[in-house]
Design a protein around this ligand. Structure first.
Ligand SMILES: Nc1ncnc2c1ncn2[C@@H]1O[C@H](COP(=O)(O)OP(=O)(O)OP(=O)(O)O)[C@@H](O)[C@H]1O
Ligand SMILES: [Mg+2]
Length: 519
């Protein structure tokens, strides 16, 4: 008897205009197998996911489920029975409740009536199992990024599909959320479900996948059992031939105004925050004071709900604060007025790039230069698109943004490249303060350090103060100081690098390092 794969993709090709996103991809997932799929930003992972989940049609090639050809694209129910997907970018409808989103498009019907009771109970059962504190009747627009991610995951699990695709499911989850997801995925795999798992956190792939496939430039370059490949080999396969390394510092130095050009810097104070209090469903800030000197990089970290993202939003002017004082180089920063904060020299890399980071239908060039249109126009008179794009080219190149050109709408870029555009945009305004909230989310391993290095270099070269608010320890390791928040207040400050990872993690949990080492 022939054994069929749970999912099989044969010879998949897919182009967008002149971009060849997939060039003849073959991929199989067995029932009871968790296959990792890794590759650099723009390698084609999400494109493959949209083809395997029936959202896009391949130009060439075919998809099979258990040996049967996949349903036609119009047969949405047919696809839904086969496969459930957690997409990289939230597909949750903000105006609908949690339950409505979980059962969107496939409501439970009994005696010809939509059975809300049953759907709510089913949704609640899964959320309880996850120990999450989300009301099934809450409107999704009131939820945090992590809670939305959980709704997506619950939706995929609720379908009972035998194949599940997870495209960076942990990017918005904190450590405990990740542990719960992994437990659940392991259960599913043990029960014979086929799982495709995409992540830029390679240690996760080692943790839960039995095999891994590496995509590079739309082609499968390696497929291997997880025990037969190590991290360095995986990264080497992802990166391939290394292009001549660009010297980020040099490029940025040319692009950005040097601090020596600016007489004010010697006397400027940088950022001073005094007794800041902010109320937010994403976690309150309960009286935080801190300083970031010009050219200094300060990291802020903590568990979800500790107020880390709230602090970043408030400092950037994207969220109103209740009381306290903030000044940047002796000038008061406004409360909840992003436009004024930008004018006052605050660059911002927001947590939710889809919402605040860029305008999807505008080109790369336009997005990157959005914050400086006035300045360019002042310097060059009327702003021609050519001049604008010229200003954006060098910076996007320094950050290794992959796009079909400055005119390509940012909505068409891969997730990690969208994030790089957001970073470029914040640097472009030559800010005196850069507030970066989880700046490397979704960025591939090879670009991560490039991106962080660019931020640090930009701060050092221009004398900007840099505030990195992040739960990823890799983002904090190069900071000059790291402040740990616990339930809205400063719990501990680490003031001398190198920082001990274990100590940082302990502090986020509210356990002091000395207590820990004493035991
Ligand atoms: N709708 C689209 N229009 C034009 N180009 C697209 C579109 N969707 C994807 N692309 C291009 O296809 C390529 C592959 O993108 P894809 O999103 O699959 O990458 P990825 O591997 O998921 O990257 P990331 O790790 O950043 O999420 C990229 O060059 C991207 O710009
Ligand atoms: Mg992707």
């Amino acid at each position: 008897m022939t054994q069929f794969f749970a999912v099989e993709a044969k010879g998949i090709e897919k182009s967008f205009g002149s971009t060849k996103a997939l060039r003849g991809v073959d991929l199989q997932i067995d029932a009871g197998q968790c296959l990792g799929l890794v590759g650099r930003n723009g390698a084609g992972k999400s494109t493959l996911v949209s083809i395997l989940s029936g959202l896009a049609k391949p130009d060439v090639g075919e998809v099979f489920f258990h040996g049967e050809p996949a349903p036609s694209l119009r047969d949405i129910d047919g696809w839904r029975k086969q496969i459930a997907t957690v997409f990289q970018h939230s597909k949750v409808v903000p105006q609908l409740s949690v339950t409505e989103n979980v059962f969107l498009g496939s409501p439970e019907v009994r005696h010809g009536m939509v059975d809300w009771h049953r759907m709510r109970d089913a949704t609640k059962a899964i959320i309880d199992e996850w120990n999450f504190d989300i009301s099934v009747t809450a409107r999704c627009e009131t939820l945090t990024v992590e809670q939305l991610q959980v709704v997506e995951i619950v939706r995929a699990l609720a379908t009972g599909a035998r194949c599940i695709l997870l495209d960076e499911p942990t990017s918005a989850l904190e450590r405990r959320g990740v542990d719960r997801l992994f437990e659940r995925v392991k259960q599913l795999v043990d029960n014979g479900v086929a799982v495709l798992y995409i992540s830029h956190h390679l240690e996760e792939v080692f943790d839960i996948c039995s095999d891994v496939t590496v995509l590079r430039d739309g082609e499968v370059v390696v497929t291997s059992p997880i025990g037969k490949i190590d991290k360095d080999q995986m990264v080497a396969a992802m990166v391939g031939e290394l292009p001549a390394t660009t010297n980020v510092a040099n490029e940025l130095g040319v692009l950005l105004k040097r601090s020596s050009d600016d007489e004010d810097v010697a006397v400027s104070q940088g950022l001073v925050v005094e007794d800041l209090r902010v109320t937010s469903s994403r976690g309150d800030v309960l009286g935080v004071s801190l300083t970031v000197k010009p050219g200094e990089c300060v990291g802020v970290t903590g568990l979800l709900g500790a107020g880390v993202a709230t602090l970043g939003r408030a400092v950037a002017g994207s969220q109103k604060f209740d009381s306290g004082k903030m000044t940047l180089n002796n000038r008061a920063l406004p409360s909840g007025r992003r436009d004024l904060s930008l004018k006052n020299g605050v660059g911002y890399i927001p947590e939710n790039r889809q919402l605040e980071g860029f305008v999807a239908h505008l080109g790369v060039g336009e997005n990157v230069t959005m914050t400086i249109t006035n300045r360019l126009a002042r310097r060059f008179g009327l702003l021609s698109p050519r001049r604008r794009d010229g200003a954006a080219v060098a910076l996007t190149k320094a950050l290794s943004v992959i796009s079909a050109g400055m005119k390509q709408p940012v909505g068409e870029l891969s997730g990690g490249n969208q994030q790089k555009v957001t970073v470029a945009r914040s640097l472009m305004s030559n800010p005196s303060l850069i507030v970066a909230v989880t700046p490397t989310r979704g960025v591939d391993v090879a670009s991560k350090s490039l991106l962080l290095q660019s931020l640090l270099e930009a701060a050092r070269l221009t004398g900007a103060a840099l505030l990195i608010c992040s739960d990823e320890l890799d983002d904090l390791i190069e900071c000059d100081r790291v402040i740990v928040l616990f339930r809205g207040s400063i719990y501990h400050e680490f003031s001398t690098p190198p920082f001990d990872r274990e100590a940082l993690i302990a502090a986020t949990e509210g356990i002091s390092f000395s207590d820990r080492t004493a035991t």
